[in-house]
Design a protein around this ligand. Structure first.
Ligand code: BMA
Length: 324
């Protein structure tokens, strides 16, 4: 089972015309509404400080670009933890649209960029993840940081409905490793949220690194998609050589910490030039998913440089998982 690349990839490249998105545009969130796909992507305009903003583009169902905003759609508050906003994910829940996004108090370029440009590593704090309600793609209500105070968290996805009557997330506490946590490498956790502006509780380890291709860490991709057979979760796995590949799992509808099936090998790997060569080489990083007809359209960042799309028939993906 493999995802099929969109023939028109990349769907978005850095735009020299706008300084804030002139160097890299990647890791897009996506939502399908009113016959259009709205994409919010991570945008970088300089390498030294590597402050990210989120750009906004609108696509039709065939992935033709309808509109791309000249101004960023969402910018960091510029104080406290929110000096940079990164890696958005959209969830439609109870008729409202929400976005999880990574915040950090000390933005800085990734290792590959630092080494290429000779930028020293100034250390810095860990990333956390915040939640906002997206009012109309122009107005946002910030609900605050939802990850525990002392956890390093990037891959937080909100469930599109309550689990056992409570809001819920998958998250990836990168520093929850070792004998006390039951996993040697960063894994995917389930937790309830005690409100949309609230705290996580009752954490349960859902999946940990099992195979070579995901031996360094795993993390959720787009938010889980509900199917009759279970929650479908696309996730990324990173190996010891820092190659990012894509896996998929099916999880129990009522108890989404129970894995029904999980792909033994990746269903998507960097193999096109735009995935292998960029600011961070060999990265496919899915963050957006929309369901149109019998297809799932998956939106991903490639090599931390461009935005791309791939597709798969949802029934075929489920059949593959159930036959494992
Ligand atoms: C993660 C995040 C992503 C990035 C990925 C690959 O830690 O920083 O934004 O796409 O690494 O570099």
């Amino acid at each position: 089972m493999k995802l099929s690349r969109y023939i028109g990839n990349p769907i978005l490249k850095p735009n020299e015309g706008n300084q804030w998105e002139s160097k890299a545009v990647f890791n897009p969130a996506a939502v399908y509404t009113g016959g259009k796909i709205h994409v919010f992507y991570r945008a970088v305009g300089e390498y030294e400080r590597y402050i990210s903003r989120l750009g906004h583009a609108i696509l039709d169902e065939d992935l033709n670009l309808v509109k791309r905003s000249h101004e960023p759609g969402f910018v960091p508050e510029g104080k406290g933890w929110e000096k940079s906003v990164e890696d958005p994910r959209f969830t439609l829940l109870e008729g409202n649209l929400y976005m999880t996004y990574v915040v950090t108090a000390t933005p800085g370029p990734p290792g590959a960029v630092r080494r290429r440009l000779g930028i020293p590593d100034h250390g810095g704090t860990y990333p956390r993840t915040a939640l906002a309600e997206v009012k109309d793609f122009c107005n946002f209500e910030r609900l605050g940081i939802i990850t525990p105070e002392d956890t390093d968290e990037r891959d937080v996805v909100l469930f599109p409905e309550k689990i056992k009557g409570r809001y819920a997330v998958y998250h990836r506490a990168a520093n929850w490793v070792g004998p006390n946590y039951g996993t040697e490498f960063p894994g995917i956790w389930f937790a309830y949220l005690d409100g949309l502006n609230g705290d996580m509780f009752e954490h349960k380890l859902v999946m940990k690194s099992e195979r070579d291709w995901e031996s360094k860490k795993i993390g959720a991709g787009p938010p889980p998609v509900k199917t009759k057979e279970g929650w479908l979760l696309i996730y990324h796995g990173v190996d010891k050589n820092h190659v990012y590949r894509t896996g998929v799992a099916l999880l129990d509808l009522e108890e989404p910490w129970r894995v029904i099936a999980r792909s033994p090998g990746p269903i998507f790997v960097p193999e096109e030039e735009y995935e292998m060569v960029g600011d961070v080489p060999n990265v496919v990083f899915p963050e957006g998913i929309v369901n149109i007809g019998d297809e799932l359209l998956i939106f991903y960042g490639a090599a931390d440089k461009v935005c791309c799309a791939a597709r798969v028939c949802s029934d075929e993906l489920i059949d593959y998982l159930l036959a494992l």
